[in-house]
Design a protein around this ligand. Structure first.
Ligand code: THU
Length: 158
């Protein structure tokens, strides 16, 4: 039988960063600091990510570009891969905060790209519980997704 189905996701929007719980506010602040470490001479778009491990440790990342463009890496994967490589026994991620910063130094929206969603989804799937995603929004607030899987419907898994 043919069925038309609808996929719905729930998410929360905080009007300001200050509206977040203290630990998440700190995570966004660390993502903002991480954006300053971006190597983005080509796009001039700086992205910062801050990943909180279940033990409370935070690992940050920023986008790292290269003259051979596809060789560069997004902030989210930089943070995730660094965390996974440095703390293989703590591969348990509670939340990731992501912020963008344009060439004028203004914070701006940064939604994770498809490849980063795929990578985040695999860690989430492996750890067996949700990883929240906090994205800075264009109007200075934060969009909170309860789980990565919501951002990648029907994502690839083996
Ligand atoms: N970028 C990220 O770091 N994260 C994303 O989720 C989207 C894009 C980076 C890649 C590139 O260095 C720059 O932003 C412009 O695309």
């Amino acid at each position: 039988m043919t069925m038309d189905r609808t996929y719905t996701i729930n998410y929360r929007e905080y009007a300001t960063v200050d509206a977040l719980a203290p630990a998440d506010r700190e995570l966004v602040r660390l993502a903002v600091s991480a954006a300053a470490t971006a190597y983005a001479p080509y796009s001039k778009f700086h992205v910062g990510a801050a990943l909180r491990l279940a033990d409370g440790r935070v690992v940050t990342g920023s986008n790292q570009e290269n003259a051979a463009y596809p060789s560069g890496l997004c902030a989210e994967r930089t943070a995730l891969f660094a965390a996974s490589a440095h703390y293989p026994d703590q591969r348990d991620y509670e939340a990731i905060a992501i912020v963008g910063c344009n060439h004028e130094g203004h914070l701006c929206e940064a939604a994770p790209c498809g490849a980063c969603r795929q990578v985040m989804m695999e860690y989430e799937s492996q750890q067996g519980h949700p990883m929240r995603v906090l994205c800075y929004t264009a109007d200075g607030g934060v969009r909170e997704f309860q789980r990565v899987a919501d951002l990648l419907p029907f994502g690839f898994e083996m």
